[in-house]
Ligand binder design. Structure first.
Ligand code: GRF
Length: 207
């Protein structure tokens, strides 16, 4: 196998999607990339424990000195670790156009709805499922997309539908969307994009 794409996963919380990526690397579903680094804006994120338990390097970058300092620090760490692809897996910060433009079609995100429904600024975490239930849709799901300067606005890579059931709460729906869609969709999309980057076989300009 040729060189694997060097991946950084950005997290803020529990890290079940990070776990799905780690498991997929172990089982061979992801074979074109390797998670070399996990970055969190939240020092308490349980995702950091998952990374450490699997021998993956971690970094915590706080946002308290403003967006541009935050992104400058992240960029330094990415360069130090020769990262070629970024996966946003429950990362609760919006990245600026300045940052995303340096990573064209090299950042992917998982969003817990069928974009363009229930997405964009303010639509994150449990809120997404609250809005889907309040609207009364019967089908929701998850979407993996490239990240550009528009929140949840980059080109869609893959989607999976999940049925809403009678009596669903935001919590039960969130869990079903994760189990039936997110944890399957994200590793598969990661493999696809990591494979495409590996095929290009070039080191990336800004490194
Ligand atoms: C997931 O639902 C993801 O789609 C959303 O935030 C949640 C993160 O969960 N963006 P986890 O940290 O991966 O468990």
């Amino acid at each position: 196998m040729d060189k694997k794409t060097r991946i950084a996963v950005f997290v803020s919380g529990g890290g079940t999607n990070l776990q799905a990526i780690i498991d997929a690397e172990k089982s061979g579903i992801i074979k074109s990339g390797k998670t070399e680094l996990v970055i969190s804006d939240n020092p308490e994120a349980y995702a950091l424990e998952r990374a450490k338990a699997n021998g993956i390097k971690t970094a915590v970058v706080l946002k308290n000195n403003g967006q541009s300092e935050f992104e400058k620090k992240i960029s330094e760490i990415l360069a130090e670790n020769k990262i070629e692809m970024i996966i946003l897996a429950g990362f609760m910060c919006i990245l600026s156009a300045d940052f995303t433009s340096k990573w064209p079609e090299r950042i992917i995100n998982i969003h817990p709805s069928l974009i363009p429904s229930f997405c964009g600024k303010g639509c994150y975490g449990l809120h997404v499922h609250e809005k889907a239930l309040a609207y009364g849709v019967k089908v929701t799901g998850a979407t993996v997309h490239f990240v550009n300067e528009i929140p949840d606005g980059g080109r869609i890579i893959s989607q999976k539908a999940v049925y809403i059931e009678d009596g669903d709460t935001p919590e039960t729906l969130q869990r079903r969307v994760m189990e039936q869609a997110e944890w399957i969709l994200l590793p598969a999309a990661a493999e696809k994009v990591a494979g495409e980057i590996a095929e290009k076989g070039e080191s990336y300009g800004h490194l």
